[in-house]
Design a protein around this ligand. Structure first.
Ligand code: SF4
Length: 280
């Protein structure tokens, strides 16, 4: 059941929260305001050299497409013939030979789940959910970052909280109509550049309780301005609004980009018509 948003909220009532926009708020409330409330399209690069970053993003998207097509059953050989880029070829080989093992048999690639959260909805597009109905489910997220993300950094990412939470709250239809228990869920980040160094996260009842409290409070805060600028200026380095905020003019260097801050969230573009809406 939903309630009416507070009258002073600047968000439209149909605003959809995602791990990406929640992460933006967690990093910097002002960035959230500029990007999602005021929709300011500030003409600045987030990373330099921009072309190298663009190429990396294109490679990442191409890898996600390959993994998606392969999961749908397209054979390896015709897919391999399409791979000409040298980095992509290495990632694809790693995927084929050292992809995440021991996955449950029913595979749901590029699936979108959505559930109510406070007065709004929370939505996510998953790279892959693998399910053994009644037994267990594994969320797989493909990472094509140059650096292998640190576990501590991943633990704190909204993605690590939002994905398992949504699978419990909105994934019953993948599990024979029964909600999955938190203990039946595992989240795996698989790194195309580091195929033997997946990061695995178990889930449990205490974690979902903590995540729900955190997410609900976060959404409550977001719905009610102000949106102050972050005091942690590391977030400004790769933020396109830095000149607007007088936090510098030069884009952060691609080589020094810490982990997957940018260009890795290929689930940002959600097709809301595909969303399986599960009401509670
Ligand atoms: S430049 Fe810094 S303060 Fe301004 S929106 Fe970006 S992260 Fe926030």
């Amino acid at each position: 059941m939903t309630t009416t948003p507070t009258p002073y909220s600047l968000l439209p009532t149909d605003f959809q929260f995602s791990q990406a926009n929640l992460q933006d708020y967690a990093d910097c409330p002002r960035r959230f305001q500029l990007r999602y409330v005021e929709r300011v399209d500030w003409p600045a690069h987030e990373v330099e050299p921009a072309l190298e970053n663009e190429r990396h993003m294109q490679q990442g998207m191409a890898f996600h497409r390959l993994a998606h097509q392969h999961t749908l059953g397209i054979p390896e050989e015709p897919l391999s013939r399409t791979v000409t880029d040298i980095d992509l070829r290495r990632w694809w080989r790693n995927y084929l030979t050292r992809g995440p093992g021991n996955l449950p048999p029913s595979r749901y690639p590029e699936i979108v789940l959505s559930a109510p959260l406070g007065d709004y909805r929370l939505t996510a597009k998953f790279d892959l959910i693998a399910v053994d109905a009644g037994q267990r489910a594994v969320i797989v997220d493909w990472k094509t970052s140059r650096k292998r993300s640190r576990r501590k950094w991943l633990v704190e990412r909204l993605q690590t909280k939002v994905y398992p939470y949504l699978l419990v709250r909105a994934g019953a239809h993948l599990n024979g109509g029964q909600p999955l228990a938190p203990e039946q869920i595992e989240m795996v980040y698989w790194f195309a550049e580091y195929p033997n160094e997946s990061a695995r996260f178990a889930y449990d009842a205490a974690q979902i309780e903590a995540d729900e409290a955190y997410l609900t409070s976060l959404v409550g805060r977001i719905a009610n301005p102000p949106y102050p600028r972050t005091t942690d200026e590391r977030h400004c380095r790769y933020c396109r609004y830095r000149s607007l905020c007088q936090r510098g003019v030069e884009a952060g260097p691609f080589d020094e980009m810490e982990e997957t801050e940018l260009g890795e969230d290929f689930g940002i573009s959600l097709d809301f018509e595909q969303i399986a809406e599960i009401e509670y």
